[in-house]
Design a protein around this ligand. Structure first.
Ligand code: C2E
Ligand code: CA
Ligand code: CA
Ligand code: CA
Length: 275
């Protein structure tokens, strides 16, 4: 950190102070938005490569900001995680996703992202139970996406939570697979249903041999451990063809569809049934 000398420190001081102010403002605005429920859940289809059918949708939160319009989660989830606001926000998303999914055809699942903070909170299983009970969504139609960061701090606790969820028939997917530290050790230790291959590897599939080797290895590993695989961020036909050849189970990405508002899910399904 010394490389830049004195001026670098001064620059960082100012930048950090500005950053801190922006964060406090965002935290306050998030609080207001939570109270007023100014969020929306959008849904991105997950497409099965063998049956060529949609098997479910991932729930992705957006902030309906009164002045700035729709804001993506990348801008506020990290702050909400720092402040703890992710717990009420995540609960709201989970409940909304269950309420939306219960109206979909019964073979479709909904996948909901659980942040590490949420996953580690002592009430997580109760919150999930209540979301299912209140919506009437059967547990086997819910999938929860967790990242490695949710698992690293307290192995026993994480294992207990995973077992509690999976004993109800809820599925668990390990999100952003390949971007963490010690993925391989976790896979044996933690009961999971699915690996989501990070878009970073998928993006370079058609150009980069190393990415191909990594994706091939992940899919083989998943098969050996009897886990499903979803490839994220699939944008081209070439990527999809390659993933199908490698035995990947399903794909998600702009090639299939961008995330859509809840009201567009049924029309989308009707349209895709026609083709
Ligand atoms: P993620 O869980 O890895 O979700 C996938 C992200 O990739 C989404 O961004 C999605 O819109 C985007 N995406 C999908 N297909 C493509 C593609 O073909 N190309 C590209 N370039 N991107 C694609 P989004 O909706 O902005 O969400 C970003 C991240 O925010 C998510 O990454 C997830 O980590 C987090 N997030 C979103 N909703 C929630 C939530 O309800 N709770 C929590 N804890 N985190 C959430
Ligand atoms: Ca996800
Ligand atoms: Ca992901
Ligand atoms: Ca990601």
């Amino acid at each position: 950190a010394k490389a830049g000398g004195r001026n670098t420190y001064r620059f960082f001081d100012t930048a950090m102070a500005e950053n801190a102010r922006a964060r406090v403002r965002l935290q306050h605005e998030l609080g207001v938005a939570l109270a007023k429920e100014q969020f929306a859940v959008h849904y991105q289809p997950q497409y099965h490569l063998l049956t060529r059918e949609v098997i479910g949708f991932e729930a992705l939160v957006r902030w309906q900001h009164s002045e700035r319009g729709l804001i993506g989660p990348g801008e506020f989830i990290p702050v909400a995680e720092e402040t703890g606001q992710i717990v009420p926000l995540g609960t709201w998303v989970l409940r909304q996703a269950c309420r939306d999914a219960v109206h979909w055809p019964a073979h479709l699942r909904v996948s909901v992202n659980l942040s590490a903070v949420q996953f580690r909170s002592s009430s997580v299983v109760d919150v999930v139970d209540m979301a299912l009970a209140d919506s009437g969504l059967p547990p086997d139609r819910l999938e929860l996406e967790v990242t490695e960061s949710a698992l690293i701090e307290d192995h026993e606790g994480a294992q207990a939570t995973l077992m509690a969820l999976r004993s109800r028939g809820i599925r668990v997917a390990l999100d952003d697979f390949g971007t963490g530290y010690s993925s391989l050790a976790y896979l044996r230790r933690f009961p999971m249903d699915k690996l989501k291959i990070d878009g970073m590897f998928v993006r370079s599939l058609d150009s980069d041999q190393d990415a191909q080797a990594v994706v091939t290895a992940i899919i083989r590993l998943a098969k050996a451990l009897r886990l499903d695989t979803t490839a994220e961020g699939v944008e081209t036909k070439e990527q999809m063809v390659m993933l199908r050849a490698l035995g990947c189970d399903d794909v998600q990405g702009f090639l299939i569809s961008r995330p859509m508002p809840a009201g567009q899910v049924m029309p989308y399904l009707a349209r895709s049934a026609d083709v």
